[in-house]
Design a protein around this ligand. Structure first.
Ligand SMILES: [Zn+2]
Length: 380
């Protein structure tokens, strides 16, 4: 009788172990990769909304509430508002580059002062929510910050016009915590050519532009090539000593928009060991004006880049709060997990995404590029 009882107990135990092993294999979903690696988004323009709506008076911003239906920040009131703390948490965001952006109309005028205001509001914003946000300025701190339950909050400056053609300003931005600078926004700077400007002159990257890139390499500032002209992408990739990022850009051959990255440049990014963080903006991911953009369009961009240059050079740069229309299925910052679930499905004809690949896409690729950039800075 004792033997039978032991045998029954053992069988039940084995069954339970077998079931739980089976279950843990079968129930993996793409979103689970966001529990083992931080999701780092390359570009969020919430600070520009804080400027535009509140003149940077943070006390009037209810970051800790779900603002989906707010009379100022809700989707009915604001077509470029997608961000608040509850939705960031639901979206499993582990790291975020908050963007200090000022309009190109301030170039040659007060772009420097306005950028300082934006860096200031980002720093105050991070300080105001110490339980949920933490300023991160080193690649090695991203994961530890995220593991402590906070969103690793980093600062990017979008547009070389914010530098006022000054290496000193670049260095001081770094001291204030800025870790990437996008070389242009929608205007040419005196030293680098933007993607939208076609006035008959091709400035490319001038000799001073090369010095700017070299100084960024030397101090360990990430070089961001979103927004620059396709030719400047090539010229920077030919001279940079560190890997580059595209903080929010998609694939040109999937949607022929000047803001997207052409295939020959994608190959150069692979050689450079950089990362293209895919933009979700409806107009960049879907070139067919007769229908709305959906998450499937974003999937196509991600899979195209992966097919061309592999899973080591793709990231996520949603562009939330910087644009006025997001694809169906990616309506706000709470939706990233759905994207990862969908990628993991790997439908017919699509590349097969493993858990490890999804972790790279989520944030490990960006961390690798950030670390390599720091190492180049140290060496130089
Ligand atoms: Zn942008």
């Amino acid at each position: 009788m004792v033997y039978i009882n032991v045998a029954v107990c053992l069988s039940v135990l084995l069954l339970v172990i077998g079931l739980s092993v089976g279950l843990s294999v079968n129930t993996f979903r793409g979103r689970d990769a966001l529990d083992s690696a931080p999701l780092i988004d390359g570009h969020n323009d919430l600070p520009y909304n804080l400027y535009g709506k509140l003149n940077n008076h943070l006390s009037d911003f209810n970051f800790e509430s779900d603002l989906s239906n707010d009379s100022v920040w809700g989707k009915k009131a604001c077509d470029s508002c997608f961000t608040d703390l509850p939705r960031l948490l639901k979206g499993k965001v582990g790291g975020q580059f908050w963007v200090a952006y000022v309009s190109c109309s301030s170039q040659y005028k007060d772009s420097l002062q306005l950028t300082m205001r934006q860096i200031d509001v980002i720093r105050r914003f991070i300080q105001k929510y110490p339980n949920n946000l933490q300023l991160v300025t080193e690649a090695g701190d991203i994961e530890t910050t995220w593991r402590s339950g906070k969103i690793a909050s980093m600062i990017g400056v979008e547009g070389g016009h914010s530098l006022d053609s000054s290496l000193a300003v670049l260095r001081l931005y770094y001291d204030l915590g800025v870790r990437y600078v996008t070389l242009t926004h929608t205007c040419n700077t005196p030293w680098a050519d933007a993607s939208t400007v076609d006035d008959g002159y091709v400035y490319n990257l001038t000799e001073f532009g090369q010095a700017m890139v070299y100084e960024m390499n030397r101090i360990g500032m990430l070089v961001d090539l979103s927004h620059v002209s396709h030719n400047v992408m090539r010229e920077v990739l030919a001279i940079t000593k560190a890997p580059v990022i595209f903080s929010h850009s998609s694939a040109f051959s999937v949607c022929n928009h000047y803001r997207n990255v052409p295939d020959d440049v994608l190959h150069l990014v692979k050689k450079n060991n950089g990362v293209v963080m895919v933009n979700f903006y409806s107009e960049f991911v879907n070139c067919n004006a007769s229908r709305n953009a959906t998450m499937e369009d974003v999937i196509k961009h991600i899979n195209h880049i992966r097919r061309l240059i592999g899973p080591d050079h793709i990231g996520i740069g949603g562009d939330y709060d910087g644009v006025s229309s997001m694809p169906v299925g990616l309506e706000d910052v709470s939706k990233y997990p759905d994207l990862f679930d969908r990628l993991y499905e790997s439908r017919e004809g699509e590349p097969r995404w493993t858990k490890e690949d999804l972790e790279k896409l989520a944030g490990r690729n960006l961390i690798r590029v950030f670390q390599a950039t720091e190492a180049v800075g140290t060496k130089l």
